[in-house]
Design a binder for this molecule. Structure first.
Ligand code: ZN
Ligand code: ZN
Length: 448
């Protein structure tokens, strides 16, 4: 395809997205008005499916409890090139947000509704812009469950009943084999506190281990006979302070983050607390650094039980893997940012972010990108997070993704580079071995 052909194709796709702009924005608001937490996105999935079906796409649902995908183009051969476009279905909990569901506290304060708008927008553009046939590749549109790592009691029940193995939806997609034949994966994410028309596409993020901690002591009357008790809250406080004492040992370049919370601190003020529970993440830039920090955090947590003569159980669960973005896709994406928004829209941002996403897991297997795009005021997850530029939040990202796919897929050299990059990444089995290695239980017992 000549440069002029590619430019013509991209213009046609952008026109097709513009023609659907009202539908895309209406859809984004519809999703926002009915926020659902991870693995519960039943209505949100239906909304996505209904738009996919309006394009006559062949849709598969219940990928991992919820979720949907539709594949177009390609020849169905084992060697066909497959490009996946992702959008996350789930909301998070922030009852203080003005748009929060009054019953569940769920709200789209991470802008995942914008991701879905971008997903269906790209589908409108590529399908109605009649671009698919020119790409010599399959394009898979994927609405993914459960990115936010929360609501964990519910998810632990799903794990225990065998419905899922992992808390993250993309991890489940990997485990179930949906990702095996992808050659590239593209999404967008709402920029935090980023009202302007800017984009940051090239960065890495932390990986992490998730942790449940249960301290057990012995109940006693807190006034009349505390000497007969073993105070589990004191054990937890000592454990947490011992964690703080590890912080000076974390190397700056590892970006370690440990942020425990107490989820049950005692049941009645006049009873010595006999059971105190905590949750935490241990995050770091590399898997080795996560492992190393986790070992010292667990040692510190155990010390609290040792000090008061109580028990502690520490359950580690796989968190998310570090994100690494692919330079070939980043370069194509940035070129399209220049074309659509101008050079000044490219914001270098931080090279490494200490937050985490299960897109990191995808990039352990498949070359991918996870760009931050503007149009949003307020920090993601905060009560004042909101869309301030609908075109930038919902429409422009669809064009950027669709045009990036066109550039990469019509360029043999880029396809070759992506195939090479994929060959250097983990296989599904290697990935599963690595994440399953994070599941562990440690105990320290001193109660009689
Ligand atoms: Zn989030
Ligand atoms: Zn998010």
């Amino acid at each position: 395809m000549t440069d002029a052909d590619v430019a013509e194709l991209k213009a046609r796709v952008c026109d097709a997205i513009d023609a659907r702009a009202d539908d895309i924005i209406e859809f984004a608001k519809d999703v926002q008005s009915e926020p659902e937490l991870g693995y519960k996105e039943v209505e949100t999935t239906k909304k996505v499916v209904s738009l996919f079906e309006s394009l006559d796409l062949d849709v598969e649902t219940e990928l991992a409890i919820t979720g949907a995908r539709a594949r177009v183009g390609g020849d169905g051969s084992d060697d066909e090139f497959v490009a996946a476009i992702l959008g996350e279905l789930d909301a998070l909990v922030n009852p203080d947000h003005p748009l929060a569901d009054p019953e569940t506290g769920a709200v789209h304060a991470c802008g995942h509704n914008a991701q879905l708008a971008h997903l269906v927008g790209a589908a409108f553009g590529l399908v109605e812009g009649e671009a698919i046939d020119g790409l010599d590749a399959a394009v898979e549109f994927v609405a993914v469950p459960a990115e936010e790592y929360l609501d964990l009691d519910y998810r632990r029940n799903l794990v225990e009943s065998g419905e899922i193995e992992f808390f993250g939806g993309k991890q489940e997609l990997i485990r179930r084999g949906y990702v095996d034949d992808w050659d590239m994966a593209v999404m967008m994410h709402a920029g935090s506190d980023e009202p302007d028309r800017v984009v940051t596409s090239n960065f890495s993020t932390n990986g992490f281990i998730g942790k449940f901690v249960t301290y057990l002591g012995r109940e006693a009357h807190a006034g009349a006979a505390p000497e007969e008790g073993v105070n589990a809250l004191n054990a937890a406080m000592l454990g947490m302070n011992a964690v703080h004492a590890q912080r000076e040992t974390f190397a700056d370049e590892d970006y370690v983050r440990v942020h425990p919370i107490i989820t049950r601190g005692g049941d009645g003020v006049n009873v010595v607390p006999a059971e105190v529970t905590m949750e935490s993440y241990v995050r770091a830039k590399t898997i080795d650094a996560v492992d190393e920090a986790n070992e010292s955090v667990n040692r510190a947590l155990r010390s609290g039980a040792l000090a008061v003569g109580g028990d502690v159980e520490i359950e580690d669960f796989p968190g998310y893997m570090p994100l690494s973005t692919n330079q070939t896709i980043v370069d194509a994406y940035d070129d399209n940012v220049r074309e659509l928004l101008g050079e000044e829209a490219l914001s270098p941002g931080q090279p490494h972010l200490a937050g985490s996403t299960d897109m990191g897991d995808i990039t352990q297997l498949v070359p991918g990108i996870h760009p931050w795009t503007g149009g949003f005021e307020g920090a993601v997850h905060a009560r004042d997070f909101r869309v301030v530029d609908e075109e930038m939040a919902y429409i422009v990202p669809a064009k950027l993704t669709a045009c990036t796919l066109i550039d990469v897929l019509t360029d043999p050299e880029s396809r070759e580079k992506l195939r090479e990059a994929k060959a250097e990444k983990r296989t599904r089995e290697e990935y599963l071995d690595a994440v399953r290695g994070f599941r562990a239980t440690e105990t320290e017992s001193h109660l009689d």
